[in-house]
Design a protein. Structure first.
Length: 83
């Protein structure tokens, strides 16, 4: 069963892969919620998450991947201008 996350509690986040390696972005600290994306070199990833979510960055190497960073989503928040 997939949990429904209150959309008012979500924030818009941005992560940029500044490396020349393919990366995997994954949020695994929120129970009953699945988020995993491939992020190509110099690609920008926009996503919604809760402020307490953590984006894990796994960098791909020959037939394996290494957890290279863990970022709080509230630090990746994009400022939005209400109109």
């Amino acid at each position: 069963m997939v949990a429904v996350i209150d959309s008012s509690a979500k924030i818009l986040c941005c992560y940029i892969n500044k490396t020349s390696q393919i990366q995997i972005g994954r949020i695994s600290n929120i129970s009953d919620w699945y988020f995993e994306r491939v992020i190509f070199p110099r690609q920008r990833l926009l996503f919604e998450a809760t402020p307490e979510a953590e984006l894990e960055i796994h960098t791909g190497y020959m037939a394996s991947s290494i957890l290279s960073d863990r970022l709080k989503c509230d630090r990746l928040r994009l400022e939005t201008n209400p109109e």
